[in-house]
Ligand binder design. Sequence first.
Ligand SMILES: [Zn+2]
Length: 238
Amino acid sequence: MTAVLTGKDSTSVVPESKKLVRVFKWEVSELTLPKLLFYEDAYMREARARVVDVRGREVFLDQTIFFAEAGGQEGDRGWINDIEVLEVRPSDYAHVLSREPSFSPGDEVILRLNWERRYRLMRLHSATHLVCIAVREILRTDVIGSHVGVEHARVDVAFAGSIKPHLPQISEFVNDLVRQNLPIEIFWRGETRIWRLKEWEIPCCGLHVRRTSEIGEITLKRRNIGRGKERIVIYVRP
Ligand SMILES: [Zn+2]
């Protein structure tokens, strides 16, 4: 969805989440940072762009639909003029291709996302936020880390003992939000990009589905990762 600029200060922020979600900061100088089209529309699968620079297999663009890994969400894959994009480097926003391209600076190219992969990342990222809310509401504890991959996502929480007895309740909580088909809003408050569902807000630089029903059924598994730390592994359907 299009980012809505608003200075409105409303509803409660989930303060714990601020620790885990590093708000959008790719360490890219403004000179090489392309226009990030996914912030205008996360559902854009194809776009045209102008080549700014080519260094071997590395391509720099004036605008892009490729998300570079940030805030725990893995980066995108896809194709530029049918050459595979192997990586989008967060440090300088280079699109690293599978081979040297024949195009040059100034040329127009066609960008195509591996949409299947990206849409899974969006669904899993939104699912992760629902789990963060459940952790806050049910376990009343801090989320200390998270990661959104293609196969699954995970949320780490500070918790003494096992969360296993609480897992059915957490699962019911998140799947109930999915069934309600609630709208997910994204907007900026000053420099901070905010994700909002009902009264819950989480600062986030990642990409999300528009409504909770798109996530589909969520399955949770528990792992113990050390004393006082528990991990919730998050799965969605294919
Ligand atoms: Zn997030």
